[in-house]
Design a protein around this ligand. Structure first.
Ligand SMILES: [Zn+2]
Length: 179
């Protein structure tokens, strides 16, 4: 799948989690977009690979493409590292949601992913598509629609709560002055 499909997949995943959990949507959704790009660090032509070329080449050289960084082991390792260095639930849930969305999208491609790395077994859906195909464009468009709907739901509630809180707190001093 192309980088932009992964980004919109990560966005949809983050918004879905925020929609059901009411967890801080700004941190969660930003983290899920970043998380959706992390697994392709093993690919030097990817967005993240271009920004971190040495690390990307090193991972590709040691593990190959779509193996370690597309596995459950990497997912669990990321969760531990985030807990240790940046303990924040919204950040962790967002990153993992984005990464899982990446795995799911790549499982819809012919080459699949090595989900149970180091076991050399490719996991993919019974029906797959090719990168850049019409099916991928359709998936991209559907994900755009779903994320637009979810973004409206999640952020309208967030903005409403924010304005309400602001009104209450800014009203307090005037009440005190009048008394
Ligand atoms: Zn990938």
């Amino acid at each position: 799948m192309k980088g932009k499909t992964h980004v919109i997949g990560g966005l949809t995943a983050g918004l879905s989690v925020a929609y059901f959990t009411y967890t801080d949507p700004i941190i969660l959704v930003s983290a899920s977009v970043v998380g959706s790009l992390i697994p392709d660090i093993c690919h030097s032509g990817s967005r993240l690979g271009k920004n971190l070329p040495i690390l990307s080449r090193l991972i590709n050289f040691v593990f190959g493409h779509r193996s370690f960084t597309h596995s459950l082991v990497f997912l669990i390792l990321t969760a531990f590292l985030v807990d240790y260095f940046f303990p924040n639930d919204a950040l962790k849930i967002g990153l993992l949601a984005g990464m899982i969305s990446h795995y799911i999208l790549d499982m819809g491609t012919k080459s699949g992913i090595q989900l149970f790395f180091p076991i050399d077994f490719k996991v993919k859906f019974p029906i797959t598509t090719r990168t850049g195909s019409h099916a991928e464009k359709l998936i991209f468009s559907l994900l755009c629609l779903v994320s637009l709907y979810l973004a409206f739901q999640v952020f309208s509630l967030y903005i409403y709560t924010f304005i309400n809180d602001f009104n209450i707190s800014s009203a307090l001093p005037s009440i005190i002055i009048h008394n």
